[in-house]
Design a protein around this ligand. Sequence first.
Ligand code: CTP
Length: 404
Amino acid sequence: MATAELAGKHLVLGMSGGIACYKIAELTRLLTKAGATVQVVMTEAATQFITPVTMQALSGRPVYSSQWDGRVPNNMAHIDLSREADAIVIAPASTDFLAKLAHGMADDLLSTLCVARDCPLLVVPAMNRQMWQNPATQRNVAQLRADGIEVLGPDSGPQACGEVGDGRMLEAAATYEAIASFFQPKILAGRRVLLTAGPTFEPLDPVRGITNRSSGKMGFALARAAQQAGADVHLIAGPVALETPWGVIREDVQTAQQMYDAVMRAVPDYDIFIGVAAVADWRVDQVSEHKIKKTAGRIVPAFNFVENPDILASVAKLPHAPFCVGFAAESGDLDVHGEQKRVRKNVPLLIGNLGPLTFGLDDNEVVLFEAGGATKLPRAGKQALAGTLIAEIARRLPDTSLIR
Ligand code: CTP
């Protein structure tokens, strides 16, 4: 999550009854941490699962559940509470509540708020798998989609009733990601983005190897930003300890050769290729089958290296190459090396990290190198910067890149 990425957003978080109410405590924390204001409205049933006191403490605002609440003047809670809202999110959305929404019923505060709204509505279903599969529920969900309501999830897996199947609510973090994504402009809608990220690992023997200090944070942040911008995203990652961004397809590899093979297999289906990985330039020609032992008096081992394929340059050379973007981490003379590297790899855009090297840090400062010259972007957190870079890439896409 980027700091304050939902600053200025006002959400009505509507809770209907279900055991998944416990996930909404965490969701509220994530939303408020990202800068959103959260107005919680609960159905009577929801208050049986988690108390309004808990939700009030987490959201920092009074919680409403009754249409006849005297705290709102003129009994206009159903209008007032969503007046400034950027969206209403119903989480959890029970079988009963989905049915009420599909039929435009308004028999309590939350359902009346939904009917009287003037903003987008997102629902996050949570129920037992048989309730989810019930034809009536499926009809209602299809009706909600046809009415322009966003349905987030449900997830599949073990359920509170002991059964396993579709219907459980997305986890709080995934729900947060889906909401954050909903608010981003879809500047890459219909585009397909392939990225590499992280370091590679070149083995010396079964227990040792050569790697580098890339954390993968920038590549993962770009994958998340591209997904939020509406693209289909495929991320090929070296060994990193990062969670897969929501909605992104991830493929893990170890070596530069494996990364090259994975990219070459996938690339014909993609419009945009962003090489963020710090790919090892060399590997040892003979990986020892057994652990190299440190026997007394023996001289230190020596290795012969061979060059790895250059993934970015190889993609850029393809007859129907996607729009290619490279990255460069230099320890000095970025102005010279950046533009030289862009020309050498034959890519339209290369993003240079302005020193000092930012491996593992959460913020970054970059320069864009392209045929028309170099442009420096202001220092920013990696996630915010990723959003800016995706917008910069989207602006430069040739109109024809969809027709391949
Ligand atoms: N790259 C790649 N395959 C390689 C090496 C680099 O795809 N075998 C890509 C990186 O993902 C990055 C760009 O090329 O987008 C530049 O990587 P960098 O390591 O800075 O450049 P090198 O080509 O390795 O050049 P040098 O080591 O001389 O700086």
